[in-house]
Design a protein around this ligand. Structure first.
Ligand code: 5GP
Ligand code: MN
Length: 348
């Protein structure tokens, strides 16, 4: 594999960052554990070379991520748009982590695009999604890597700063690592991923506590919503090895759903014996949002990109349909299954 962190490139980046007075770190809309974990990890790393930075998120993240070291100073665009936009306007270096197109940054997207077109702002993308848009001054993209956290770790090594990884930074990296690899399950995990985990544990961080904070903090309402979704709203199409779960805004409200409550649902659908393609479809205020998952050679990135304005990874992707009803999206999805029958049949 070609190393995206070439010595001359990373050395130049380090120089630029060290000269900068104002560095901003951004991630994608609806930040997940990798988005916020790698952002805060990079902030910890930059602090080690006395570079202050500001983390700016398009919007909030789920409560189960509400413990990450360094999170208290994060700015949120949906709460303070002007503050966030002026942070980006004044920045000399803007990092875009875990996304590869300004549109993925939601309300913050125009400010990111503006930063990219501005002379005095150096925009750096560090990401692991396929087919990056070309908008940044520097693109460090590796779709074969399982998490952006792993890329931040590789950047740390390339900057010769392995010994600067303290327990707080390690917890942030570990959060990104486990949330994006299904706790080391996905095929993207390599010996290097485990070597990274070994290094992080060696800093004294409490990995067991991190797992607990992320995965053992379910509210009772969330458990009941999960039971309802799987009990009443799961549609299985054995002939297409497919499963679909959908929830309307009404249903979500009935269970007092909060951000992140439905995150594991699509994986439960995929875990059914014989299922190779699973989709969770959720009605939102301004759009219908989808989470797509697959096993093996079937590309949900292609399904999302071809039919649902989305993208992501080969086996884990997302899409969004603004202005379309939940029923229409679900019907469209069911209608597509026959066209994928051969691809879904392929593997044993
Ligand atoms: P999730 O289903 O966990 O929200 O997302 C799965 C993967 O697809 C993530 O890597 C995420 O970044 C990507 N993804 C989610 N939603 C979208 C979307 O609307 N557009 C694109 N391009 N990627 C998405
Ligand atoms: Mn990621």
């Amino acid at each position: 594999m070609e190393d995206v962190f070439k010595q001359d490139v990373v050395a130049e980046l380090k120089g630029r960052v060290q000269e900068a007075q104002r560095v901003v770190i951004t991630a994608h809309r609806s930040p997940d554990g990798d988005a916020i974990g790698s952002s805060l990890a990079l902030q910890h790393l930059l602090a080690r070379v006395d570079v202050p930075s500001q983390v700016v998120m398009p919007d909030g993240y789920p409560d189960f991520l509400n413990w990450l070291p360094g999170q208290d100073d994060v700015q949120f665009h949906d709460v303070d748009p002007e503050v966030c936009e002026s942070s980006l306007l004044e920045a000399e270096v803007v990092f875009c982590l875990d996304y590869n197109a300004p549109s993925r940054a939601g309300g913050l997207g125009p400010a990111v695009a503006n930063a990219a077109s501005q002379e005095g702002t150096y925009v750096v993308v560090i990401d692991h999604h396929q087919q990056p848009e070309e908008f940044a001054d520097l693109l460090l993209s590796d779709p074969l890597t399982g998490s952006t956290a792993e890329l931040i770790y590789r950047l740390t090594l390339a900057w010769d700063m392995a010994d600067d990884i303290q327990a707080d930074m390690a917890s942030c990296l570990y959060c990104g690592l486990i949330t994006d690899t299904g706790s080391f399950r996905f095929s993207s995990v390599t010996p290097q991923t485990h070597a990274m985990a070994a290094h992080l544990l060696g800093t004294g961080m409490d990995h067991s506590k991190v797992h607990s904070l992320i995965y053992d903090a379910c509210r009772l309402d969330q458990i009941r919503l999960t039971s309802y979704a799987l009990g009443q709203k799961l549609q299985v199409f054995p002939e297409y090895h497919s499963a679909i779960v959908s929830l309307s805004l009404d249903e979500l409200m009935r269970f007092n759903a909060q951000k992140g409550d439905t995150e594991g649902l699509v994986n439960r659908a995929l875990s059914i014996e014989g299922i190779r393609f699973a989709v969770f479809v959720k009605e939102d205020v301004d759009r219908v949002k989808m989470s797509l998952r697959s096993t093996g050679s079937f590309s949900v990135r292609d399904v999302a990109a071809d039919h649902f304005n989305g993208g992501g990874h080969h086996n884990a992707a997302g899409g969004a349909c603004p202005g379309e009803s939940l029923d229409s999206v679900v019907s469209r999805l069911i209608g597509l299954l026959p066209s994928y029958a051969a691809q879904l049949q392929d593997e044993g």
